[in-house]
Design a protein. Sequence first.
Length: 271
Amino acid sequence: MDPKAPSAEIANESLKARNLFKTPVKEFSNEEINKLIEGFAYATELSIKAGYDGIEIHGANNYLIQQFYSPFTNRRTDEWGGSDEKRMNFPLKVIDACCKIREKYKKPEFIIGYRLSPEEPFEPGITMTETLKLIKVLITKPLQYIHISQWNYFKKARRGEGAGEERLKIIHEVTKGKMPIIGCGGLRSENDLNKAVDTGFAEFIAVGAASMINRDFGILLKENKGDKLEVEIDPEHPEKYVMPKPLWNMCLLNLSWMPPVKGKQHTENDV
């Protein structure tokens, strides 16, 4: 299949700039966009039939949904782009389609959340101004939560509304009492977690690397043994971890989005 994107020209420019250009990217047609939305709905239907408790719509980390909302990757001038409101059409129609499936199966207890990245580091990318516009609409939707995906829980906004303040604080001022927020980002120690909880910026705290490093992460916290949490992968003892070999090998590469490896310098992306 040919690679597709919201806007072909900027997609091809970006790939060429990163020396990743192989096959020309084509722009999604209106018909293809509607089929994509139907695809999200179908995935929701399969999840309900499979007995899942819920789904999280992935509108973060520069993936497809975020590409449609970003003024950097979406240069369209039709109903799917040209203004904040039009670029918002795709994510909102995906949400509506997923929620309609829940109604169809009469499963009000089925959880539907939405994940987003609050800022993009490039111009003309998403700033806190665009993010807050989206969030103000999201809290009117029948979602159960919004998950804010970032590398650092305490990261401060770089551009747009509220620049210089913690992103989660800015967002929570909009969502408080209306929609639960999940906050995450670089929380690995008990002290990190306590600091995050104490901010009051989120109703829920999520961890990724910490649970990869500590197979019994939840048990240690529950038993008040948070001081025993490790904060780095020990490359000499793979038997301590529960992960398939390909994932273990990725950890050993010390990639910025993976858990830090003992004895290696770890750098997190500034996004």
